[in-house]
Design a protein around this ligand. Structure first.
Ligand SMILES: [Zn+2]
Length: 287
């Protein structure tokens, strides 16, 4: 019986649909992770600081990724299961809280749609098997990191470090690259940005990026191998520079306001993961 379920799931018409639906549901959970993980980290730091000062830990409601239930930030209305269906509920409620009619950000359904679409795409790209599973895990992690970094300029270790180990684990069986390329990729990814950081700091006396960026590039190196690192850095810095200049020109950002680099690294990593080989061909023609 179980084998026939697995055979049905492996059907090339069924697998992407299942992965897409799963992606929609996980996208809904990623919205919670994006919102709560930075809050949880901040509370953790406050408790640690209080402990170091010999004070009592500040009392506040404990939050985790699963409890308490999601609530409307404006009125505290607990969101029911029916109001929590990915995309559908947001459309049905026309982007407003059912109790107080405060606007619910369009980013929630967009994160759900993005997660669903990219999960389905990975299923089509790789077909049924471990490589699709790994690709979907990578996509979920990169989406969470992108939005957390965008909101807070942090890339939590709670995501970057397991992502690195998972990359090495999948490549133990040469899923995407051979193991030595993955191990060298993890080390070279970290070192490359570490060198840029210290070089920049010695010359300008400023910090150009955070340690989270090194860990993210190390994780991408573990998944894609060291060979793709130049492409990832080239893509992310080109797009990052264009967006950065635009933001400064449009004067929405002062030169001193940190612009998170993680979203560019994550996007460049995702593009290189799926189309790196084709892009590398063009880039060899260019140079
Ligand atoms: Zn409300």
């Amino acid at each position: 019986m179980e084998i026939s379920y697995l055979q049905a799931l492996a059907d090339p018409a069924v697998f992407p649909v299942v992965c897409g639906l799963l992606g929609l549901m996980v996208g809904s959970f990623l919205n919670v992770v994006i919102y709560r993980l930075p809050l949880m980290m901040e509370r953790d730091w406050q408790c640690q600081c209080a402990e170091l000062r010999g004070e009592e830990a500040p009392q506040s409601e404990t939050i985790s990724l699963v409890a308490p239930r999601s609530r409307c930030p404006a009125c505290g209305h607990a969101i029911s299961a029916l109001e929590n269906i990915p995309i559908v509920s947001w459309l049905f409620l026309r982007g407003k809280c059912s109790a107080c009619h405060a606007a619910i950000s369009v980013r929630y359904p967009l994160v759900e749609a993005l997660t669903g679409l990219l999960s389905a795409f990975a299923a089509v790209h790789f077909g049924f098997g471990w490589s699709a599973l790994g690709a979907i895990l990578l996509i979920w992690s990169l989406i969470a990191l992108t939005f957390i970094d965008f909101d807070t300029t942090y890339l939590p270790d709670a995501i970057t470090l397991p992502l690195l180990w998972c990359g090495l684990l999948f490549n133990l069986g040469n899923t995407y690259v051979d193991l030595s390329s993955a191990v060298i990729g993890a080390m070279a990814g970290y070192l490359a940005l570490w060198l840029v950081y210290w070089g920049f700091k010695l010359i300008t006396g400023k910090e150009g990026m955070g340690y989270g960026d090194f860990k993210l590039l190390a994780a991408l190196g573990a998944w894609l191998g060291w060979q793709k690192l130049p492409l990832i850095v080239l893509l992310s810095s080109t797009v990052g520079a264009i967006v950065g200049i635009l933001l400064i020109v449009l004067a929405k950002h002062g030169r001193q306001v940190p612009i998170p680099f993680g979203p560019y690294l994550a996007t460049a990593g995702m593009i290189s993961f799926f189309w790196g080989d084709q892009l590398a061909q063009y880039y060899e023609i260019l140079i």
